[in-house]
Design a protein around this ligand. Structure first.
Ligand code: KIV
Length: 283
């Protein structure tokens, strides 16, 4: 009988902060990518609404719907048996009412099979986080440059550089901790502010553009594999898959045109007698 694979839990993630063990988080949107990431023992896979840009080609994440997220989460769940899988709640699926937020969070758990949800915001969504957590659904919070508010921010601008906005981020971090979030993503905030928040809350902080002193780091997998149209300052390309894929596609076309692919080795055989009979019927 195959050994049962233990899935990472929110308790394991909390323990990692306690033990000073850095938490590496990656996004995935499909089965093969989730499978590779899971095999590498990445403890958290985030099915981010960044898929709107990096997979679906939209300008931002705002057009992403619950149905799109559920579809991609299901594929990731089929590919990852070890990582804690977090589904990203799309724009306007948790803002209208607490009931709406709870219903949509439940869809992620019941329909998609993920173990946790993520939502953007601090003080203003703390009531929703609390009610979702009270239902037994773990929540990853997300503060700072929250991409669903891009029109309000006026672009992908670093948040928390001034006294008022820095204080707001501290208040947001405390609010989501109090509401019961098991971790919080800090996006595009100054590294010393991120370090201060990390020291002053009990839940793990996950950096994306918030520097090295957070408890963990998250990257959009397409950015770090060199598959995105553009690599943000806070990301690092660990491979250039666009170049590798482009070469493979060009080589394929060259071989098809030259008749060097496919060969007999890529083909199937038929019994000569059968072929003779087919031929005879043709003539
Ligand atoms: O949508 C996403 O991938 C995210 C991460 C960048 C944190 O929210």
């Amino acid at each position: 009988m195959a050994a049962l694979v233990k899935r990472i839990t929110v308790n394991d993630i909390r323990d990692m902060k306690q033990n000073g063990e850095k938490i590496a988080v990656l996004t995935a949107y499909d089965y093969p990518t989730a499978k590779i990431i899971d095999k590498c023992n990445i403890p958290i896979i985030l099915v981010g609404d960044s898929l709107g840009m990096v997979v679906l080609g939209y300008e931002n994440a705002l057009p992403v719907t619950m149905d799109i997220m559920i579809h991609h989460c299901k594929a990731v769940v089929r590919g990852a048996e070890h990582a804690l899988i977090v589904g990203d709640m799309p724009f306007m699926t948790y803002h209208i009412s607490v009931e709406d937020a709870m219903r949509n969070a439940a869809r992620f758990i019941q329909e998609a099979g993920v173990q946790a949800v993520k939502l953007e915001g601090g003080v203003t969504v703390a009531d929703k986080i609390k009610r979702i957590v009270d239902c037994g659904i773990p929540v990853m919070a997300h503060i700072g440059m929250t991409p669903q508010s891009i029109n309000q921010f006026g672009g992908h601008l670093v948040q928390g550089k001034k006294l008022e906005t820095a204080q707001k981020l501290v208040d947001d971090a405390k609010a989501v901790e109090q509401a019961g979030a098991f971790s919080v993503v800090l996006e595009c905030i100054p590294l010393r502010l991120a370090a201060l928040i990390t020291k002053n809350i009990s839940i793990p902080t996950i950096s994306i553009g918030a520097g090295p002193e957070c408890d963990g780091q998250v990257l959009v997998t397409n950015d770090m594999l060199g598959l995105s149209d553009f690599t943000p300052k806070h990301a690092k390309q660990f491979a250039k898959l666009t170049d590798i894929m482009t070469k493979a596609v060009m080589d394929y076309q060259t071989e098809v045109k030259a008749g060097t692919f496919p060969t007999k080795e890529n083909s199937f055989i038929i019994d000569s007698a059968v072929l003779e009979q087919v031929k005879n019927k043709l003539s």
